[in-house]
Design a protein around this ligand. Structure first.
Ligand code: F3S
Length: 284
């Protein structure tokens, strides 16, 4: 059996920074209550470990009583305002790539651009970024949402459009949606497209595609609620008919995988190295 592990598997820069800094804070501030707004990263193994180490997870900033960590995906603008009023000390671990999109959205909204934000409506990053887009913005989660977004744009009477996208979105789907918008948009509207998919995501998607073409079985490891891992699964499925999506080695069906000779492994941006190593160990 030959095993090929993606070089870009596992923690990206933003997640590593968030996890490392949170661990440092928990060690240093053992007598203090430390809160985290939402899941720090979309991975149960990590979240459970942090809970054991004393991190208190909350769903809204109103529940915070003391120092509060902001996760890599970022939060809504109002969180900063409420924290300030409540005198809460915020430790902002939002990934710099996400902060950059917040800044772009705010600047263009001030310049009277209508904004199309491409990404999953319910994803925390999109909820956060949307709050920086001002009132003239629409979220496009899939190609079917384009018509509705264009109608909203027409109603706004604005003639400049900015298109931005979730950092972990699929490059292929992003290109398809942009093409659809360009074909349907009225001629008097000028469009500015900013591909804000982060480089780490692009590289991981490219490598997933490449490895999936070369193996008999492709294993994608990551949280089931992780948007970027789900995207890897979709990409791999298209190239390799035997693709499975697991959260950890316990979910592997040992009998079934024995028949495969070439096995590929890729993992999402919030998958800890430990989970990847355990799968490799089990296969070996
Ligand atoms: Fe940041 Fe990209 Fe990771 S946006 S959190 S480096 S997937």
């Amino acid at each position: 059996m030959k095993i090929q592990v993606g070089k870009t598997s596992g923690f990206c820069f933003g997640v590593r920074n968030a996890v490392d800094k949170t661990n440092e804070i928990l060690k240093k501030e053992q007598n203090k209550k430390i809160y985290c707004l939402g899941e720090l990263v979309h991975n149960k193994t990590i979240v459970n470990q942090l809970k054991k180490d004393g991190l208190i997870f909350i769903d809204t900033i109103e529940q915070a009583e003391d120092t509060t960590i902001i996760r890599a995906h970022g939060v809504e603008k109002k969180v900063y305002e409420i924290a300030k009023k409540k005198n809460i000390d915020l430790i902002d671990l939002t990934c710099p790539s996400v902060l950059r999109i917040h800044k772009i959205a705010e600047e263009y909204a001030l310049e009277n651009y209508y904004i199309f934000l491409i990404g999953k409506k319910e994803h925390p990053e999109i909820i956060g970024t949307y709050s920086f887009c001002g009132k003239n913005a629409s979220i496009i989660s899939e190609i079917e949402d384009v018509d509705n977004a264009i109608n909203n744009l027409k109603e706004s009477n604005l003639n400049k459009l900015l298109i931005i996208v979730q950092t972990t979105y699929s490059t292929k789907v992003f290109d398809e949606i942009v093409k659809e918008i360009q074909e349907k948009i009225p001629q008097n509207i000028s469009i500015e497209v900013k591909n804000t998919i982060c480089r780490a995501t692009e590289l991981r998607q490219e490598e997933t595609k490449k490895i999936s073409k070369e193996v008999d079985l492709m294993i994608i490891i990551g949280g089931k609620n992780s948007s970027n891992t789900n995207k890897l699964y979709e990409i791999a499925q298209k190239e390799c008919k035997n693709t499975i999506f697991i959260e950890n080695s316990e979910e592997l069906d040992k009998e079934k995988i024995l028949k495969f000779e070439k096995i590929g492994i890729m993992a999402g941006a919030s998958t800890p190295q430990k989970s990847i190593d355990e799968v490799i160990k089990l296969l070996e």
